[in-house]
Design a protein around this ligand. Structure first.
Ligand code: SMO
Length: 781
């Protein structure tokens, strides 16, 4: 049999998706279902003086009205800091303060408009650097009570600091003293939207027997169940969560969002199902986005271009709530100096409350934000030293034998960032300088070109309960069901898992069914589909479940064939004797127990179980940040060629080359698709996207009229994708995750190319035509 590993197999759920058979939450409806709408705060920071819901309640068709006053709950993933509906005060414009469930959307909408809220304005704070200064308005008064994961996060009561992650390695002061040059810069990045095609949607029922049923667009049914239990004080066993098809997540649907609100509305409405679907404007105004970042980096380098010391401060704008943001700030604490070999590092990563809409994980989990700063800084240093940015990076990148900033030794199988960089540099023909004539010719034609490079890395951010399990079972006809609770929101992991199962069981992939009705009732436990972890964790769990089945089949076949187990082999859906392949039993014969010709039976249904438990994230020293943070690092690099219109500042990407060390490509087609999608999303972040607020904290671009995302017109003429394959020894067939990585550092590569074209550094995102036009003016064009 040919191997399935590495093949370009089309997505196994394409038929359902393309034909519209696939049902998403908003496609579902139940008898007696009510529709919910939220009343949103028009203010960024205000006391709620009074909420009058009497008119809303009187409206015929209204079945439940809720306000924050009635809800003494907090929800959240790593910190329990979020109000379900604002209690006592609002902390961002767009925060829900009340909600209604009614028999139709129109009536719910009308009822919401009849709710009267009286506010007393409080002074807001929007800049994270300002928010940690003495005397800044305090956003949370009860910070001390939010911590529930012992010892991992440290909100600082009496301040706006949700968490402070420290990393200390070596002696930076000594490093700076020995440095030939010290280069210090500030880089910024605004909040950015995830923009999944499907907005957040949930249908919840709180039945009169106190059972809660939830059907939701979440990245994990188990995370929602556990966090609902944690929030509402209802036992886990009483909560059932189902995730049907999921139309994109990108991190924005990790953790818990609208589920408790829908459930509480259902409770108030006597147990009728309640549907709550976010409008696109609410996706921007009410639901979380990528955190903004202010990054200050001071780097000391030797004359020869070795980095001797680096002092980094990250000010994360968490927005009003930081339940997920604290862990992003923490990830920046151990990944935040980039994939570089640096002896002396001092890093402070502050997750800070502000009165912006709150932030969360977004594809890359903080790395898009801080690698923007790191990869800009690396280019700036190279220019100041008169070195080639490629040579400068090569001199400093992690290689086998290097020690990471958390004290881990890079092993032979850890992945090779240098090889990725080498590959993209080759692809864009790095190193050939334009002649003076060529440059003049470009200027004469009004278009100037440039090339840029950037590298990246990312490890998954995982707490200790991050196990994944799978059940595999044979059906009567010899086909196999794989039951697993990770979600496929478009990334293609179900297809890769089918390949892994087919390969392990040595049987045709057509006979593998991935059971993708994903719910807590039937599926075995998985933590969350986040952090590029599903293929790695799920793949390992599936291999183990299949191996368990093979073992059981061999056990029975050994009795039937009267041969010791270790003389048995599998292949072509048979268990056979190694030295005598004609002696065999088929999988189908074994599936439900082998039946002898005389009618006696042996064995039983073949059901395999597999689990994979990742090393947890509890072992970083809180004072030094030292320890083993993660199990699986994926490295990559981008090389980009751009063209700038000298008159308008418009930028066109002519070509982008992206290379990742994924350990082993499981599905070429889908991995390439994953990379291209990420690169385009990265171009969106790089060139167009970013929340714009007025001085009162009102989001001005909360719709697609004002918030531009990349369209077909913005896709580069050429996207070249390639892979380095340094096998990850504990990865399934050597594979490691690559879901988030393609998006990281695209922005920095583009900005580096802008410098190459016009000689001006742009250190603020996004790289809009206006910013580029201003840079052109600065350069004298
Ligand atoms: S950005 Mo993610 O869902 O870890």
């Amino acid at each position: 049999m040919d191997t399935y590993i590495g093949k370009g197999i089309p997505r196994i759920e394409s038929f359902e998706k393309v034909t519209g058979i696939a049902k998403y939450v908003n496609d579902l409806s139940f008898p007696g279902m009510l529709y919910a709408k939220m009343k949103l705060s028009p203010h960024a920071h205000a006391k709620i003086k009074k909420i009058d819901v009497s008119k809303a309640k009187e409206l015929p068709g209204v079945k439940a009205v809720l306000t924050g006053q009635e809800l003494n709950y907090k929800q959240g993933l790593y910190l329990r800091d979020k109000d379900i509906l604002a209690q006592g005060k609002v902390r961002y414009q767009g925060e829900p303060v009340a909600a209604v469930a009614a028999v139709s959307e129109e009536i719910a909408e009308k009822a919401v408009s009849l709710i009267d809220v009286e506010y007393e304005l409080l002074s807001p704070v929007f800049d994270p650097v300002e928010a940690i200064k003495e005397g800044a308005p305090l956003i949370h008064e009860d910070l001390g009570s939010y911590q529930y994961m012992k010892g991992v996060f440290h909100p600082v009561p009496g301040t706006n600091i949700a968490n402070h992650h420290k990393l200390r390695k070596g002696d930076v002061e000594k490093g700076f003293k020995e440095s030939y040059k010290i280069i210090e810069n500030e880089f910024t990045m605004p909040q950015v939207a995830h923009v999944p095609m499907e907005t957040h949607a949930v249908i919840a029922e709180w039945l009169p027997n106190d059972k809660i049923k939830v059907c939701t667009s979440a990245q994990s049914p188990f995370a929602v169940r556990n966090l609902m239990s944690n929030t509402l004080g209802v036992p886990v066993a009483k909560i059932e969560v189902e995730v049907p098809y999921l139309g994109g997540g990108f991190g924005g649907k990790a953790g818990i969002h609208l589920e408790p609100l829908a459930a509480l509305l259902s409770k108030k409405a006597g147990g009728r199902p309640v549907k709550l679907v976010a409008k696109r404007e609410e996706e921007f105004n009410t639901l979380p986005c990528r955190q903004a970042l202010v990054a200050r980096i001071k780097t000391g380098v030797s004359k020869e271009g070795r980095i001797l010391a680096q002092e980094i401060t990250y000010y994360w704008d968490a927005g009003a709530y930081a339940d997920y943001g604290v862990n992003i700030g923490r990830a920046a604490g151990y990944s935040g100096a980039g994939p570089y070999d640096i002896k002396n590092v001092k890093l402070d990563s502050y997750t800070i409350y502000t009165n912006h809409v709150f932030g969360t994980a977004y594809r890359g989990f903080g790395h898009v934000e801080f690698m923007w700063a790191i990869e800009r800084q690396m280019d700036i240093i190279a220019h100041e030293l008169g070195m080639d940015p490629y040579e400068f990076r090569m001199k400093n990148l992690l290689k086998p034998g290097s020690i990471t900033i958390t004290g881990e030794k890079i092993r032979e199988n850890t992945g090779r960032v240098d090889k990725c960089l080498e590959s993209v540099a080759k692809e864009i023909v790095w190193g050939t300088k334009k002649t003076e004539e060529e440059r003049k010719a470009e200027i004469a034609q009004g278009k100037i070109t440039g090339k840029g490079l950037a590298v990246l890395h990312k490890a998954p951010a995982m707490p200790t309960f991050t196990s994944c399990s799978a059940v595999a079972k044979f059906n009567d006809d010899g086909t196999v069901n794989i039951i697993i609770a990770g979600t496929d929101m478009g990334q293609g992991t179900y297809t890769a898992l089918a390949q892994i199962a087919a390969e392990t069981l040595k049987m045709p992939i057509e006979k593998i069914n991935i059971v993708w009705d994903c719910d807590t009732k039937t599926n075995p436990y998985d933590w969350q589909t986040v952090a590029s972890r599903f293929l790695f964790m799920g793949g390992n769990a599936v291999i183990r479940a299949c191996d368990d089945m093979i073992d059981q089949m061999k056990e029975v076949a050994s009795a039937v064939l009267r041969a010791p187990k270790d003389e048995l082999e599998i292949g072509e859906e048979k268990v056979y004797i190694k030295h005598n392949p004609d002696e065999f039993v088929t999988y189908q014969q074994l599936a439900l127990g082998y039946v002898y010709p005389n009618g006696n039976a042996i064995g039983g249904p073949i059901i395999g179980r597999g689990k994979y438990i990742a090393q947890g994230l509890t072992n970083l020293d809180p004072e030094t940040g030292q320890g083993l943070p993660a199990i699986d690092w994926t490295y990559g690099a981008h090389g980009v060629e751009i063209e700038i219109d000298i008159k308008t500042g418009d930028l066109t990407i002519k070509k982008i080359a992206s290379v990742f060390d994924v350990g082993k490509v499981i599905n070429k087609l889908l991995t390439e698709g994953q990379v291209k999608g990420g690169v385009i999303q990265g171009i969106g972040t790089g060139l167009f996207e970013g929340y714009i607020y007025n001085k009162d904290g009102k989001l001005l671009n909360s719709s697609f009229t004002d918030y531009k995302i990349p369209t077909a017109k913005d896709i580069p003429d050429e996207i070249v994708v390639d892979f380095v394959e340094t096998p990850q020894l504990d990865g399934p067939f050597g594979a490691r995750g690559v879901a988030e990585h393609p998006m990281i550092s695209v922005n920095a590569a583009i900005a580096n190319a802008i410098y190459d074209a016009i000689g001006v550094n742009i250190n603020d995102q996004p790289l809009t035509s206006e910013r580029i036009w201003r840079a052109l003016k600065e350069a004298g064009f």
